[in-house]
Design a protein around this ligand. Structure first.
Ligand SMILES: [Zn+2]
Length: 133
């Protein structure tokens, strides 16, 4: 996202409000350079990806489901803003990978990699829940 005031390309999300149809998200962004804030309306791309579960069952990738899973495990420790950033990074990694199938365990590992750097307690909590599943 480019800052409309100074054209700086480095902005951060300061607030996010999902609309009910989940296809367009309004985001408040703040420019890291001039500190001006502005709104963007961003379309949530549905990632064309199939997830292979441990049981062998295949289902389409659903980022809301991923968000719920992470939120349930770590909401006491990290904010929903940080969880959104984790999901954005994982989605971009998933869209850049080869092929359109991914093991659910690989997504779990990606979450753990993220949590490991962000918050140790969240990491341990997610790991304990996720290893049992
Ligand atoms: Zn700016």
């Amino acid at each position: 996202m480019i800052c409309p005031f100074c054209k700086n390309t480095n902005t951060r999300v300061v607030d996010k409000r999902d609309r009910t149809d989940y296809s367009i998200t309004r985001r408040r962004r703040e420019c890291t350079k001039c500190k001006m804030r502005f709104s963007t309306y961003e379309r949530i791309e549905n990632i064309d990806l199939e997830v292979i579960k441990k049981s062998g069952r295949i289902e389409p990738f659903n980022s809301e489901k991923l968000r719920r899973g992470i939120t349930l495990a770590v909401q006491k420790y990290i904010t929903s803003e940080v969880i959104n950033e984790i999901i954005e990074r994982i989605e971009s990694r998933l869209t850049n990978q080869k092929g359109n199938k991914v093991l659910s365990s690989k997504i779990g590992d990606m979450v753990l990699e993220e949590l490991q750097v962000i918050d140790k307690l969240s990491y341990l909590r997610f790991a304990s829940i996720y290893k049992k599943v």
